[in-house]
Design a protein around this ligand. Structure first.
Ligand SMILES: NC(=O)c1ccc[n+]([C@@H]2O[C@H](COP(=O)([O-])OP(=O)(O)OC[C@H]3O[C@@H](n4cnc5c(N)ncnc54)[C@H](O)[C@@H]3O)[C@@H](O)[C@H]2O)c1
Ligand SMILES: [Zn+2]
Length: 686
């Protein structure tokens, strides 16, 4: 055997295995749904498993088994029920797999081909109906009297539910001037309001809740005690016929009109359509009113209207060729995880992303879904190769809801989160107690570049005016800024070459960049995006260590000595300064002229406001709040947000509010900006 033949046979085995797994899985769900009235997966999901098997069977007919679930309708009647053979089988309906307009065109195309119509022939007349989401029943009338009702069962033999069907209030028990034998077919359903009521009742009685109206309807209909069924307002809608002793119509729509005239409930949402475009119009219109209908539907049904044409089209295995169900885009489907890769976000967060075999869900095709983080990955237990359930409802981002472990192939692989950033190669750590793993190369990691520029230039950091998100993105895209130190290498030529950037703004920008070079240690420590180091931690670090070198060299113990630096922050600071490339960027910044005054070892107690706490309130005549706060801190004082007995002074301006009242109540001295400035110079109150 040559290599490629060997590969082929391995692939064949894999496909065969998949088909067996799918068949087992579908059979299991058939049992749960049809026999136990207790489905464990959504219909949409079931449909997508089913459709995958159908496709594989078409592609690889040699692997199709005799017992394939695609050959059968529903499930056999329960053993405890009385079984009834149908005079005429109750089959299923073909479901169009294309949920878009194409579905209507596909169906019409097939019908026209089968009927050997040419493009010159007129459009086919169709009857369009709702596809009720309930249970099919066959109701037999003899001489106008309801004598027997049966469920569909496996299509050939169903369960006798006569006593229960008789309790349906909208169904005539006796029909005048009816043919000797007439079997009416239709759907038994529960209205949504009734479903809600029943579930509330079940809950109050501590009984099991029904998953959806269809299952509740099935449960009520197949209930062995008719008095229970009678208390549940089941509804019935007619849409077809079985054995009849007399022809009453030549077209499907006429038959439904006839049944309606005889007192049978027939849904009003029903139209005649000519050709595929009109079919699709109906599909679209019904989708718009779907949620407002009093009962659940799972699509629409198109039927060739003429009985004569229906007869010439006939049946294929379990379905008539003259009808099809056109459903709505599912919001939940299954697909396969082909790979798991890492995406690095702007903040350095490493996110595992499942690369999916493209699948149509919630109206669009998706091929990726976020797995969020390690914890999510673990809880989900997803492996590469797994079949997963993907959900996308409305505009919501697609998500993986569950792994179908039964469909896991033997060669499924575990995914392990990397310890290095895939973009820049820096260490990626997950701190104790945190969910996210983060890249520590904040200063030069390409993935984080835009974010770090925006942070670097922000007002409380280096205070460079004029670099917003758009510009930052451009600077990175052009490759001009690879790390933040490159900001100080930007030239006027570069700026003016950008769209919508005039000479004047370029000059202003460059001036602002130049001005930012003169800064303070606390602003610099804040600007370089050390994880967890916000404005206030940067300040305490600067006050504590006084020089950048001391801060860089600090060990864990020394860091923990700093006020409000806990274990997790200390570790992040350590990791940050342990990354040689971060140190390199810091050095480059200094080489390019960024500087500040290093305070050296000043004794904090010598400062004017040391040991004092200030509270600011109202609008000061000349200083902004940030400026006043800065001045207080530089002079060794603290700024607090609320007045207490420990407050030394309240610095009050125009329109001061409740803080002023509180200060008066606690006899805290209140000072004006003018008094404050004097104190700052003289060291005490005037
Ligand atoms: N969730 C699960 O575990 C699970 C398991 C098995 C089946 N299912 C669901 O059941 C479906 C398969 O069941 P199916 O064979 O009954 O096929 P179907 O429900 O796709 O279509 C056939 C049925 O449509 C109904 N119907 C509603 N309105 C109609 C109308 N106007 N005219 C004609 N028929 C109409 C009839 O009951 C008919 O038997 C799947 O599509 C799936 O959604 C779900
Ligand atoms: Zn990185």
């Amino acid at each position: 055997m040559n290599m490629s033949a060997k590969k082929d046979s391995a692939k064949d085995l894999e496909i065969q295995k998949r088909m067996e797994q799918l068949a087992d899985e579908i059979n299991k769900h058939n049992q749960a749904y049809y026999v136990d009235n207790n489905p464990t997966i959504s219909d949409e999901l079931y449909d997508s498993l089913f459709q995958e098997l159908v496709r594989l069977e078409q592609q690889y007919p040699q692997f199709k088994t005799l017992f394939s679930p695609t050959e059968r309708v529903g499930a056999a009647a329960r053993t405890e029920a009385v079984k009834v053979k149908h005079k005429i089988p109750l089959l299923s309906i073909h479901t169009e797999t294309d949920y878009t307009a194409q579905g209507a065109y596909d169906f019409d195309g097939r019908v026209r081909r089968e009927l050997e119509l040419t493009p010159q022939d007129p459009p086919v007349e169709y009857d369009c109906e709702l596809k009720f989401d309930g249970l099919a029943v066959n109701i037999r009338y003899e001489k106008g009297i309801l004598v027997q009702a049966t469920t569909r069962g496996d299509g050939y033999e169903g369960e006798d539910v006569t006593a229960n069907v008789r309790t349906i209030k909208t169904l005539p028990l006796k029909v005048e001037n009816f043919p000797d034998i007439f079997e009416v077919r239709g759907e038994v359903i529960l209205h949504k309001s009734e479903f809600k009521r029943i579930n509330e009742e079940q809950k109050a009685e501590g009984q099991k809740l029904f998953a959806n109206p269809r299952n509740a309807a099935a449960g009520c209909l197949r209930q062995l005690d008719p008095s229970v069924t009678a208390r549940r307002n089941l509804s019935f809608y007619a849409y077809g016929y079985g054995e009849v002793s007399e022809t009453v119509a030549n077209k499907h729509s006429e038959l439904l009109d006839y049944l309606k005239s005889k007192g049978f409930p027939v849904a009003d949402t029903r139209v005649l359509a000519y050709g595929p475009e009109e079919l699709q119009n109906f599909h679209v219109r019904v989708e718009k009113i779907r949620d407002d209908l009093p009962f659940d539907i799972d699509g629409v049904v198109y039927k060739v209207n003429s009985f004569a044409l229906q007869r010439s089209l006939g049946f294929v295995s379990r379905e008539p060729r003259w009808a099809c169900a056109h459903k709505y885009p599912p919001q939940e489907v299954q697909t396969v995880v082909q790979d798991i890769t890492i995406q690095v976000g702007r903040t350095g967060k490493l996110t595992p992303v499942a690369r999916l075999k493209p699948v149509f869900v919630g109206g669009t095709t998706i091929s990726n879904a976020s797995l969020h983080n390690e914890e999510f990955l673990q809880n989900m237990g997803v492996k590469i190769g797994d079949t997963v359930v993907v959900r996308r409802a409305g505009d919501v981002i697609p998500e993986i809801v569950r792994v179908i472990k039964e469909l896991r192939p033997d060669n499924a692989r575990d995914f392990v989160m990397p310890e290095f950033c895939p973009v820049c190669g820096s260490h990626a750590y997950k701190e104790e107690g945190e969910k996210d793993r983060k890249c520590t190369g904040g200063l030069f990691c390409q993935a984080q570049c835009v974010q770090s520029i925006l942070h670097f230039v922000s007002r409380k950091a280096m205070g460079i005016d004029g670099i917003g998100e758009k510009l930052a993105e451009q600077l990175v895209e052009k490759g001009w800024v690879k790390n933040i130190s490159d900001i100080y290498r930007l030239t006027k030529e570069q700026f003016v070459s950008l769209e919508r950037m005039g000479e004047k703004s370029a000059d202003n920008l460059l001036a602002s960049i130049e001005k930012s070079k003169s800064t303070t240690l606390e602003k610099f420590l804040y600007a370089i995006s050390i994880p967890d180091v916000g404005e206030s931690t940067a300040r305490t670090l600067a006050n504590h260590f006084r020089t950048l070198k001391a801060c860089e060299d600090a060990g864990l113990e020394q860091l923990l000595e700093v006020d409000d630096v806990g274990m997790s922050t200390a570790e992040k600071i350590l990791h940050f300064f342990a990354e040689p490339k971060n140190l390199q960027v810091i050095q480059e910044l200094q080489d390019l002229g960024v500087h500040w005054e290093e305070k050296g070892e000043v004794d904090a107690s010598e400062l004017v406001f040391s040991g004092m706490t200030f509270v600011l309130t109202g609008t000061l005549p000349t200083l902004s709040r940030d400026e006043a706060s800065d001045m207080i801190r530089k002079a060794g004082g603290k700024v607090s947000g609320s007045v207490s007995k420990k407050t030394s002074y309240v610095l009050a301006g125009e329109a001061a509010g409740s803080k002023l009242v509180k200060a008066q109540a606690l006899s805290v001295p209140i000072i004006s900006e003018e008094q404050f400035m004097v104190m700052l110079v003289q060291g005490k109150e005037e």
